[in-house]
Write a protein that binds this ligand. Sequence first.
Ligand code: NBP
Length: 460
Amino acid sequence: MAQDDIALIGLAVMGQNLILNMNDHGFVICAFNRTVSKVDDFLANEAKGTKVVGAQSLKEMVSKLKKPWRIILLVKAIQAVDDFIKKLVPLLDTGDIIIDGGNSEYRDTTRYFQDLKAKGILFVGSGVSGGEDGAPYGPSLMPGGNKEAWPYIKTIFQGIAAKVGTGEPCCGWVEEKAGHFVKMVHNGIEYGDMRLICEAYHLMRDVLGMEQSEMAQAFEEWNKMEVDSFLTEITANILKFQDNNGKYLLPKISDRAGQKGTGNWSAISTLEYGIPVALIGEAVFARCLSSLKDERIQASKKLMGPQKTQFEGDKKSFLEDIQKALYASKIISYAQGFMLLRQAAIEFGWTLNYGGITLMWRGSCIIRSVFLEKIKDAFDQNPELQNLLLDNFFKSAVENCQASWQWVVSTGVQAGIPMPCFTTALSFYNGYRHEMLPANLIQAKQDYFGAHTYELLANA
Ligand code: NBP
C-alpha cells in the first residue's frame, strides 16, 4: 500500500542526511539513487533501524508514495536534475510535486518551473544551506516555485528546518522561482564573509606579527562582539588546530582557493542587473588570484612592495580597529546583497520578504550570525527600506567604525597588504554617501568623442 510521505533521490552526503532528519521528524521516506546499489547500502548502514524504505526503480519509488507525490532531488546541479526530471515526468500526474534541493542556477529553476507547469506538475526550487551538519539536525531551507505545492510540503519543510529564537523555523515560502536566487545571494555573501575574515587574519599576521595562538584568541574574543558568527567561531578553532606533530595546521595548508557555482553566479548577476555588489565580486577575484600560485611565486621574486617594517603603533588598539573594519565591511556586504535581491525583485516582479529571508539565514546557514537579527529588525520595521545603510542602527554602526576602518585600510595599503574587500567596502560607502560623483566627466567625454549627448543637472 502507498504510504510513504515523500521520496528523495540522491544518496550523497546531503540526501542521506536530509532523509535521516525527515525520519527523525516522523516522516516515512522512500530513498532512490542513480547508482541503485547505494540504496541497499544506505538501508543496511546509515538508515538501519529507521522507517526509511528504498526503491530499485523510479516506478517502484512513486508506487510507494501517498498522493500528491512529493519527490525531492538532491543531486548534482544541471545534468543530473535535467535527467531525473525527464525520467519522472512520464510517471507523474497533475498536481504531483518535484522539489529540486540542489544548488541549481535560478534560470534553470525558472525553466523547470515553466516546463512542468505546462504539464500540470508543481515544481519547487529550494535553496538548502547548512551543509553536512545542517542537513541531519536542521538546515536552512529557501523554497520558491509553484505556490500550490507549499501546503503539501510546508509541514515537512518547516518541521525539519533549523529553529531560532522561540522556535521559528529557518524556512518560509520565498517567492515564485526566487528560492535559488536567494540561495545564490546567500552563497555570494558567504564568499564575502570568508574573504573579509581572511583579510583581518592577513593584517594580524603580517602587520601586527601576531602568533597563531594570539590570533585564535582575538577571533574568540570577537565572537562575543558584533562580528559574532559561525565563520568567526570556526576561524578561532581552525587557528588553534594542531596536527599530530603538535604543529599548527593552517600555515601548512596551500594558499590556493577555488571558486565555482553560486559565488560566481552572484558576481555575474551583479553585472547583469547593474548593481554595484563589488564586495562579492572582489571575493571571487581574490580566489582567482590565489589560484595563480605558480605565477605568484615568480612575481614574488621580481615585484617589490613597501619595505617591511615593525608595526610601531598600539597593537591592541589596532586590533580593535581591524575588528571594526571587519564589522563595517560586513555591513556593506549585506547591504549590497540585499540591493541585488531588491533589483531581482524589480526585474522579475517578485515580492520578497527581506525580514523573512534574513530569518531563514539565522540558523544553520554558513553565514549565520547574531548580526542577522539586526537586519531582520531593520526590514521588519521598514519593509520598504531602500538600503540597509539607511537604517538608523546600521547608519550609526558604520559611522562608529569609520575612523578605524579608514585607518586599517590606509595602514594595510602602506604595508602592501592586499585587502580587496575591506577597500571596496570603504569605496562603496564613500561613493554611496556622495551626492555628486565625478561621473559628469564620463558623460562629457562620451559626448565629446561619440556625440552621445549628456543629461544636465536639474538645477543647472
Ligand atoms: P553531489 O553534488 O556530490 O551529487 C551526488 C549525487 O548526484 C549522487 O546521488 C549521484 O548519483 C548524483 N548524480 C551525479 Br554526480 N550525476 C548524475 C547524473 N548525471 N544523473 C543522475 N544522478 C547523478 O551531492 P551532495 O554534496 O550531497 O549535494 C547534493 C546537492 O546539494 C548538490 O546540488 C549540491 O550543490 C547541493 N548542496 C550541497 C551542500 C554540501 O554541503 N555538500 C550544501 C548545500 C547544497 P550516483 O551516486 O549514482 O553517482
